[in-house]
Design a protein around this ligand. Structure first.
Ligand code: ADP
Ligand code: ADP
Length: 232
């Protein structure tokens, strides 16, 4: 579902150049939950941002759901991005919009009719446990609830892939577990492929099928999670 071939990212040039991601191959199968783990500065964020081209890779090819994104023009890329949802550590909600209107936003931008928006947003609020939060503003919600809104919004365009950039790092352990349970649920119910980055082993242990270890911009190890955590 996600293939990176020889993808690298260098910020800046000359003596100032930072090789944040060295040439990397990565494959995430359909329906898989793949976790990339590594220390701060290892290149996790750069890697995940290369998948939807929030960062333009310096080299290599990115293929998502059979479509090569790295060869697309701007308009085609915007369209292809509907197939890729993303959530962030700090939720990135619009504070002036209610829960409903935050979730509806991507559909408004896609030009979906008002009535269809209503029909599509409500089930997403149900799925994410926000049915009674409809008219609340982000400031009225707990961190876990804000991340649920962000998840519902990411699902609005019916993506095939969900990218999670340290999605639970700002949450306490209990809330983290409830968000991980929701992601697991979404993976199972919707068959969504999930690529996440984290610096927390517990996140990988809790929901990932496969794990890649990134260090100094290189994917240095990859394993099924069962094997990765086999104790001696
Ligand atoms: P992680 O997500 O694992 O913490 P990042 O991908 O954010 O790592 O960063 C990898 C390396 O790239 C770090 O050395 C970081 O300082 C550098 N870096 C990240 N973004 C930029 C940028 N926009 N310009 C220059 N260097 C950057
Ligand atoms: P959680 O159960 O996710 O840890 P909290 O304990 O932070 O949530 O919040 C409990 C309840 O209080 C939630 O239902 C939330 O809607 C409400 N709440 C949290 N923060 C605020 C706030 N700033 N204003 C109004 N209601 C809030």
């Amino acid at each position: 579902m996600i293939t990176l071939e020889n993808v690298s990212k260098t910020y800046g040039s000359g003596p100032q150049a930072v090789h944040a991601l060295k040439p990397t191959d990565l494959h995430v199968a359909q329906g898989e939950i793949y976790g990339v783990i590594g220390l701060s500065g290892a290149g996790k964020s750069t890697l995940i941002r290369c998948v939807n081209l929030l960062e333009r890779p310096t080299t290599g090819r990115v293929v998502v759901d059979g479509q090569e994104l790295t060869s697309l023009g701007r308009q085609a890329l915007n369209h292809a991005r509907h197939r890729i949802g993303m959530i962030f550590q700090h939720f990135n909600l619009l504070s002036s919009r209610t829960v409903f209107d935050n979730v509806a936003l991507p559909l408004e931008l896609m030009g979906v009719a008002k009535r269809e928006i209503r029909e599509r947003v409500q089930p997403l609020l149900d799925l994410t446990g926000l049915s009674d939060k409809h008219d609340k503003y982000p400031a009225e919600l707990s961190g876990g609830q804000k991340q649920r809104v962000a998840i519902a919004r990411a699902l609005a365009s019916r993506p095939k892939v969900l990218l999670c950039d340290e999605a639970t790092s700002a949450l306490d352990p209990q809330t983290t577990q409830s968000i991980l349970d929701l992601l697991k649920d979404i993976n199972r119910k919707l068959g969504l492929t999930i690529l996440l980055i984290t610096h927390e082993m517990e996140v990988v242990k809790s929901i990932c099928h496969k794990v890649g270890l990134i260090s100094a911009g290189k994917l240095v190890e990859e394993a099924d999670v069962g094997d990765f955590f086999t104790s001696p």
